[in-house]
Write a protein of this length. Structure first.
Length: 117
């Protein structure tokens, strides 16, 4: 078995392990970005590598670079999701407080109207 073939088989096995391991729970945005970037990078690297005669090495290098880039982008997106979720929780708390104050205001207005009669 040639080195290129072993590299390609190893890469396919690694991707298979990651995909099957990810089935145990939903993937985070960071993990999705890493897998997507790695897959696209490996495919692109294999195409470019085949042009110069080393598709296995191109796939390995492209996969690693793609996974790194995808992981960084996924991390940023996940951080943004966390910030948005925190802001939404704060908005919900403030809305509940507003509703409580409105109920209290209506109760006081009814009480004042009863006292005026």
């Amino acid at each position: 078995m040639t080195t290129e073939r072993r590299t390609l088989v190893g890469l396919v096995m690694l991707i298979s392990i990651l995909v099957l391991g990810g089935c145990s729970q939903p993937l985070s945005t960071r993990e999705k970005g890493t897998l997507l970037g790695g897959g696209l990078g490996a495919a692109s690297g294999a195409i470019i590598g085949s042009a110069v005669g080393s598709p296995g090495a191109g796939a390995a290098i492209g996969g690693a670079m793609g996974a790194l880039g995808g992981g960084l982008v996924g991390d940023q997106l996940q951080g943004q999701e966390y910030r948005q979720a925190g802001q939404q929780r704060q908005i919900n708390r403030q809305q509940r407080e507003l509703n409580r104050q409105r109920r209290e205001l209506r109760r006081l207005q009814r009480r004042q109207a009863e006292e005026d009669y």
